[in-house]
Design a protein around this ligand. Structure first.
Ligand SMILES: [Zn+2]
Length: 343
C-alpha cells in the first residue's frame, strides 16, 4: 500500500512537471484528480484495510493527496495565466507606434519643388564636397577675388583628378556650382532648380550656422531678359507668401550675375504695414538674383553671344525660419525632438 502510494506520487509529480498546455492539464485532471481518478481510488480502497492500518495509511494518503493537489493547482495557474500571472487580453487595443515625420526644412523644400515643377523646371542636385574651381573660379570668383572672403568655408585636403592633377576641394558655400555642372551636362535651353545643403566657416549664433539649406534656379535660353526674371520672381512670391505679395528689386553685387539685384517681398506677417519680423520696414529680403554673367555662361560651355540666362537663389533655412517663426537657426540641425515634434 505504502509503495503503491509512493509510486503514484512520483508518477503524478513527473507528469505535472511536463505540463505544457491546457490539453495536458485536462488529461492529468481526468486521470488522477477526478472523482473516479486514481487518487480517489486509493482513498476509496482504504476502507478495506484493518482499522490499525487504515489509521496509519489514512494520514499518509491524505497528506499525499493534499501535496499533489497543490502542485497541480500551481501548474494549472501557471499555464492559464501565461506563466507570470500576467493575463493576456488579446481584445485590448494595441500600443500606438510613434511615427516620424519630415524635417521642417524638407517640408519647405518639397513645397518649393512642387511649385517649380509646375512651372516646368527640372530639379537637380550636385556634390556637397566641390572643387575650388566649380565653387568659385567658374562662377567668376577667381583666386584672390575679395568676394571669397564673404564665403569662407572648410577646405579639404587636395585630391587628384582624372589627369592626376591636384584639386583643391571645398565644402560648397552655395548651390551655384551645380549651375556650371548643369549647363555643361544639359546645354541650352535649360530650366532647373537646385535645392541643397551648403556650408560656411561661420562663428555660429542665432542667425548664423555653419550648415544651411538654400535653393537656386536658373533659366538659360535665347532672349532671356530682366523682365522674365521679374515676372518669375513675382509669381514665385505670390505662390509662397500669398496672392497680395509685392516684389521690389534693388541693385546688389554678386560676382556671378550682371546686373545683380536683391529681391524683397512685402512682409507676409504684417502685409507690408511693418512688424517685428520685418523690422518695421514692411519688406523681407528673400532672394538674390540677376542675369547670368557671360563668364559664367562660358564656364558652363554656353555661348553668351547666342544665349542669355537668369539666376536666383533663396535661403531654404531662412524661409523655414520665417514660415514657422523660428528665432534660432541652430535648432534646425540640433536633432532636438522637443523642437522637431512641433512640426
Ligand atoms: Zn512685417
Amino acid at each position: 500500500m505504502k509503495n503503491r502510494l509512493q509510486t503514484l506520487k512520483n508518477e503524478i509529480l513527473e507528469k505535472i512537471n511536463e505540463i505544457k498546455s491546457e490539453a495536458d492539464l485536462k488529461e492529468i485532471e481526468l486521470k488522477y484528480f477526478s472523482r473516479k481518478g486514481e487518487i480517489n481510488q486509493i482513498m476509496h480502497s482504504l476502507k478495506d484495510l484493518d482499522l490499525e492500518l487504515r489509521k496509519e495509511f489514512g494520514v499518509l494518503a491524505n497528506q499525499t493527496k493534499k501535496e499533489l493537489e497543490e502542485a497541480f493547482t500551481k501548474a494549472k495557474n501557471s499555464i492559464l495565466n501565461n506563466n507570470d500571472g500576467e493575463i493576456l487580453d488579446v481584445t485590448l487595443p494595441g500600443v500606438n507606434m510613434k511615427r516620424g515625420h519630415l524635417h521642417p526644412i524638407t517640408i519647405i523644400q518639397k513645397e518649393v519643388e512642387d511649385l517649380f515643377s509646375s512651372l516646368g523646371f527640372s530639379i537637380i542636385s550636385g556634390p556637397e564636397l566641390e572643387s575650388d574651381y566649380f565653387n568659385f573660379t567658374a562662377l567668376n570668383i577667381p583666386p584672390f577675388h575679395p568676394a571669397r572672403d564673404m564665403q569662407d568655408t572648410f577646405y579639404v585636403t587636395s585630391a587628384k583628378d582624372d589627369n592626376q592633377e591636384e584639386l583643391d576641394l571645398v565644402m560648397r558655400t552655395h548651390t551655384s556650382p551645380v549651375q556650371i555642372r548643369a549647363m555643361r551636362k544639359f546645354g541650352a535651353p535649360l530650366k532647373a532648380i537646385i535645392p541643397g545643403r551648403c556650408f560656411r566657416n561661420e562663428a555660429t549664433d542665432a542667425r548664423h550656422e555653419h550648415t544651411f539649406y538654400q535653393f537656386e534656379g536658373l533659366m538659360v535660353g535665347e532672349d532671356i531678359n530682366f523682365a522674365n526674371l521679374k515676372s518669375l520672381l513675382e509669381i514665385v512670391g505670390k505662390k509662397i507668401f500669398g496672392p497680395n505679395t509685392k516684389l521690389r528689386m534693388r541693385p546688389k553685387f554678386y560676382p556671378f550675375v550682371e546686373p545683380g539685384n536683391n529681391g524683397e517681398y512685402t512682409c507676409f506677417l504684417c502685409s507690408g504695414k511693418g512688424c517685428k519680423v520685418c523690422k518695421q520696414t514692411g519688406w523681407l529680403e528673400i532672394v538674390g538674383a540677376g542675369l547670368i554673367h557671360p563668364n559664367v555662361l562660358r564656364a558652363g560651355g554656353i555661348d553668351p553671344e547666342k544665349y542669355s540666362g537668369l539666376a536666383f537663389g533663396f535661403g531654404l533655412t531662412r524661409l523655414a525660419m520665417l514660415k514657422y517663426g523660428v528665432n534660432d537657426v541652430r535648432l534646425f540641425n540640433s536633432g532636438d525632438l522637443k523642437f522637431l515634434q512641433q512640426f
